[in-house]
Design a protein. Structure first.
Length: 143
């Protein structure tokens, strides 16, 4: 937010580089009194355009789509949204609302975090592996 509020600050000035990770980060900075109004500023578009020129990928971490309008404001400047869902915490109704307010063409995907269930032996991949191993044994005994 600092570079949005202070036009004297460049993207370079607020960027923290992590060369060992091949990553650059722009922290949120101080919280303005009206973040929604600040995000409507043309300066956001300018900074994102500059970031697009410098980096292969630009990821903007935003608040939830439904509870605050911030994400929808920057929607005009981003290529897509990746929605993060917390297992056992994100209500289905909230996810449904988020999907409804997201332009379908801009939905990149979903990330499902925090599922504490263990994979059982009856999962698809373990059934395929079992069949493959059984088939390998059968083939080996036929030789």
């Amino acid at each position: 937010m600092d570079a949005i509020l202070d036009t004297n600050l460049t993207l370079e000035a607020v960027t923290h580089k992590r060369p060992h990770l091949n990553l650059s980060i722009v922290p949120a900075g101080r919280r303005p009194s009206a973040p929604y109004e600040v995000l409507k500023s043309p300066r956001v578009g300018e900074l994102l355009a500059e970031a697009r020129k410098r980096y292969d990928y630009v990821i903007v971490d935003t608040p939830p789509l439904v509870s605050v309008p911030d994400s929808r404001v920057i929607g005009k400047w981003v290529d897509g949204f990746l929605i993060v869902v917390a297992a056992h915490r994100t209500p289905r109704k909230l996810l449904e609302e988020a999907l409804n307010v997201t332009e379908p063409a801009k939905l990149v995907g979903l990330v499902f975090n925090g599922d504490d269930r263990h994979l059982s032996r009856d999962t698809y991949s373990s059934k395929r592996s079992s069949r493959r191993r059984a088939g390998s044994r059968q083939t080996a005994s036929d030789d």
